[in-house]
Design a protein around this ligand. Structure first.
Ligand code: FES
Length: 139
């Protein structure tokens, strides 16, 4: 049976903006941190693991800033690698030749849902905000 995990409403992410989530995935019975981000572009949503293939850090060095300003490219805030929105393929910067890891999502009744994986209990939004503000990315 496929389980869809609702992580937020589509309306929680403004058009042409993104949002990061600190999820916990269950792999072979063990719980593992699974940071992802979701970006909206008009009626489409895309999601990737929030790890830059260059240095394995979060892409959003400023919280929830995933787009290169004025474009539809995803940017890594550390060294500026640029990724295609729809494919996650890097086309400029230190990551050229590497891709973001895609996350399967769908929209059900206005909610953005993660599918194809097993998640541990979802944190409530207050816990998630506290966790993000308590652990900024390290240089
Ligand atoms: S860590 Fe992302 S481009 Fe270097």
């Amino acid at each position: 049976m496929t389980v869809a995990y609702a992580i937020c409403s589509v309306s929680d992410i403004p058009n042409r903006r993104g949002r990061g989530f600190e999820l916990v995935r269950v792999v072979d019975g063990a719980e593992k941190p699974w940071p992802i981000f979701v970006v909206r572009w008009d009626k489409q949503v895309f999601a990737y693991v929030n790890r830059c293939p260059h240095n394995n850090v979060n892409l959003d060095w400023e919280t929830n800033q995933f787009f290169e300003p004025g474009t539809k490219n995803i940017v890594c805030g550390k060294h500026g690698s640029l990724f295609e929105l729809a494919s996650g393929k890097c086309f400029d910067g230190p990551c050229v030749g590497k891709d973001l890891e895609p996350v399967s999502v769908c929209v059900l009744d206005g909610d953005i849902c993660v599918v194809g994986v097993e998640l541990a209990e979802l944190p409530d939004e207050d816990d998630e905000e506290a966790a993000r503000s308590a652990s900024p990315p390290s240089p």
